[in-house]
Design a binder for this molecule. Sequence first.
Ligand code: ADP
Ligand code: ASP
Ligand code: MG
Length: 414
Amino acid sequence: MALIVQKYGGTSVGDLERIERVADRVKATRDAGNDVVVVLSAMGGETDRLLELARQVSDRPARRELDVLLATGEQVSIALLCMSLARKGCAARSFTGGQARIRTDTSHTKARIQGIDVDALRSALGESQVAVVAGFQGVDEAGNITTLGRGGSDTTAVALAAALEAEECQIYTDVDGVYTSDPRVVPDARRLETITFEEMLELASLGARVLQIRAVEFASKYKVKLRVLSSFEEGEGTLITSEDATMEQPLISGVAYNQDEAKLTVKGVPDRPGIAAALLGPIAEANIDVDMIVQNVSEDATTDVTFTVHRSDYEAAFELLQRHARDMNAREVTGDDRIAKISLVGVGMRSHAGIASRMFATLAAESINIQMISTSEIKISVVVDEKYLELGVRALHAAFGLSEGPVLDEAIKS
Ligand code: ADP
Ligand code: ASP
Ligand code: MG
């Protein structure tokens, strides 16, 4: 008997009819002789609705209370699914994060899982029940409810699969796998049969929200067999695998985008040692994550420093910079929160030059100005004006022939 973890996202449990479809699929998996642990998201749009309620009550709600509020969404869907399963004659028991003994640290709204005591889940499985666990939530050592960050149910599922040594972790969503780009933006994007953990991690961290980054990290670390599938149609989905030396490595596996960032520039800072630390130190102390950083060389003993932060941190970062820039005799602070980051990802890039120039030429041909560039071994990212997001993503997808099939080294050399 195999143990399968199945996670269903918000759209997949968006209304009662869809919850019933999920119950059918869970029951079929159970009837085929498997032990099943199900992880659910809140019904589609519910987490946003709860956040909006909080915003109407307070500009800065206490994050502990925000977690108590947000965790209710998943509690609704697990209860409804268990009721639906019971009606179909399939024994099931719901578990909140605390009941499933998912222990996290105390960083409310972005907590990290520290450990899972699987005894409670095992005993439900031992009694031939399907265990239905609320995704996205846990409890800290003192028993406070915590949440794992947006999209966190993916991480709950993978963490449970690792702790229970499940045969496979299946992520059911509203697309039938991982695509070469977001199929909502690029209609001719192609589904990938497999993708390596490394590439998936880059895609996820560069904005492809199909899997939460932490979930991919966990799966890679604990060697969880992870598959993304559609909850609406049958299919093989996409298998996320470890890199295989015998596998033909595609040059580019996908184009990702992120519209959640903003850019800040401090102009005319005296160019001396310690300047970057002095500017970015207060930003880090305020718990604001910095993504791309560019510093210019200049000839008049001053320099410009530009970096990006999450858009929700833009105003706080701007205020902090203005305060510190004055102390540092910087000329001025400017910013732009209407930017987008577009990235090309592929393990094959490692062994291939010329990708960046082709990327830049493609954007130039569309008259898209590049504001910032950053690269790693297997990705190239550019920041552009947000209004060029879709045009840029589609142009790059086409320029690298991603809809036609894997782009291999040979194709680009010729
Ligand atoms: P769920 O609610 O099931 O967790 P999400 O909305 O979090 O679903 O993730 C699925 C969405 O991710 C898709 O609807 C799709 O628009 C988006 N997406 C972005 N990039 C990709 C990609 N490369 N492949 C597949 N889906 C992608
Ligand atoms: N409901 C949470 C969210 O909307 C967690 C999840 O769906 O994974 O972010
Ligand atoms: Mg998701």
